[in-house]
Write a protein that binds this ligand. Structure first.
Ligand code: NAD
Length: 425
């Protein structure tokens, strides 16, 4: 379905239809066999669980949760667990499919998975959150394992939730299995560098994109939407590697200073406050829409999906967009911006730093041998630089846009592995 450029923000498309369409677009370049395409367009397993939790009030509430494994051809499945009221089976399946391509694009030995529970965590006490997590893990335990399916954090979950997942799984196994989940606290087998890995990956891609477009990263004016894990770390690393961060936003609004903002100070003193970053005094307060329309060199959407759409893409003045969030640019907005000469570095590549360091965490857990932060960061940057070059090479070869090129790389790796393994029995 096509949107009208300049119109108001359109209704959300079905996310699974969108994910399948992206696969079909890549398949056209690869001349994939119909049977193979059918296999790749469907999830391997979808588990739906309804489970009770005794709330603090003594009442029993029943929650609905999912775990979807899209593809296991290249290794165990990997993907986050999301706690959000809008979680549903189609969205979880689409996210699992995207994880398959993302892992293949950066060439780490995983397939994609995703899980979630339909719940508003703001309405739970800490004890209720722990009980919900432990019961959900007990229900999906039959598909989890360090060599089958390895979850990680996503929206609404964090390192503490990952620690409960590891503990619950380990209690039921009768042994401590740290490699069953990533994004854990460092004392429980977490990895150095995991916390800022996604933001670091975004900025590694931004550096590569500058080299590709002959733009200087040094002094480049950067705007970042979203000041959570991805956005704040991306902003800090952008500034520390030579760029000028002129505007950032969070759910409270946006702040702008053409001379640059003190990102680490915002992270340490303002991000956690009730009023968010908008309490910082030495800047102009602007709306999120005004921020997206600022004259800048690099725009990093790192909040939620569909933020750059047919209704606002005409106002974007950035020379490149590096997607920190999942799905921040709608297809029609991307077509419009690409025609205008704006390079859009797609989410499946730009925000893959998190899953790469999750992979490192898993490797360290399996070997029970842990690496220093410098080693983690150097290995991460090397993987992302190589992946970026490979996607650019594919883009030039196929005269596609960068997202199509990334999908071509990812889908081809999974398709080749599937054909080589053959069909059992
Ligand atoms: P987070 O919850 O830590 O931060 C989200 C930030 O966005 C917050 O600052 C929030 O205030 C802000 N925000 C929410 N709605 C906004 C809006 N409309 N305008 C401006 N700001 C808004 O989440 P995160 O982990 O940083 O994830 C952000 C995005 O990156 C999500 O799309 C997520 O799926 C994606 N992502 C995250 C990781 C990771 O490792 N955390 C990895 C890959 C992709």
């Amino acid at each position: 379905m096509s949107e009208t450029i300049g119109a108001a923000k359109p209704q959300k498309p079905n996310v699974l239809d969108m994910a399948r369409q992206q696969l079909y677009n890549a398949a056209k370049y690869l001349d994939l066999d119909d049977g193979l395409l059918k296999v790749l367009s469907l999830p391997k397993r979808q588990l739906i669980v309804n489970f009770p939790v005794v709330m603090d009030s003594g009442h029993v509430r029943v929650f609905e949760g999912y775990r979807v494994q899209h593809n296991l051809t290249r290794g165990p499945t990997k993907g986050g667990i999301r706690y959000h009221p809008d979680v549903n089976l189609d969205e979880t399946t689409a996210l699992a499919m995207w994880m398959t391509w993302k892992c293949a694009i950066v060439d780490i030995p995983y397939g994609g998975a995703k899980g979630g529970v339909k719940v508003d965590t703001k309405k739970l006490s800490r004890r209720e959150l722990e009980k919900l997590t432990r019961r959900y893990v007990s229900e999906i335990n039959i598909v989890l394992g360090h060599d089958t399916d390895v979850p990680a954090p996503d929206m609404g979950t964090n390192a503490q939730v990952m620690a409960w997942i590891m503990d619950t799984y380990s209690m039921q196994k009768g042994a401590t299995v740290t490699g069953v989940v990533t994004g854990k606290p460092i004392p429980l087998g977490g990895s150095q560098g995991r916390e800022e890995a996604t933001g670091r990956g975004v900025i590694t891609c931004a550096h590569e994109a500058c080299k590709f477009t002959n733009m200087s990263f040094d002094g480049a004016r950067v705007v970042v939407q979203g000041f959570g894990n991805v956005g704040s770390n991306a902003a800090a690393i952008a500034q520390e590697t030579g760029a000028k961060v002129i505007a950032v936003s969070d759910a409270s609004g946006a702040i702008y200073n053409p001379n640059g903002l003190p990102v680490r100070t915002l992270m340490q003193r303002y991000a956690e406050r009730e009023g968010g970053i908008c309490e910082y005094p030495e800047c102009d307060k602007i709306t999120n829409d005004e921020m997206l329309a600022l004259d800048c060199d690099i725009l990093i959407p790192a909040a939620t999906s569909e933020q750059i759409h047919a209704g606002n893409c005409e106002k974007i003045k950035a020379r490149m967009i590096v997607e920190g969030a999942n799905g921040p640019t709608t297809p029609d907005a991307e077509d419009y911006l690409t025609d205008k000469g704006v390079l859009v570095v797609p989410d499946v590549l730009a925000n893959a730093g998190g899953v790469v360091v999750s992979y490192f965490e898993w490797v360290q857990d399996l070997q029970a041998f842990f690496w220093e932060e410098g080693e983690v960061n150097a290995k991460l940057e090397k993987i992302l630089r190589n992946s970026f070059q490979n996607v650019v090479y594919t883009m030039l070869q196929h005269k596609s846009n960068m997202r199509e090129a990334a999908y071509i790389v990812g889908v081809k790796r999974v398709a080749d592995a599937t054909v080589t393994r053959g069909i059992y029995p």
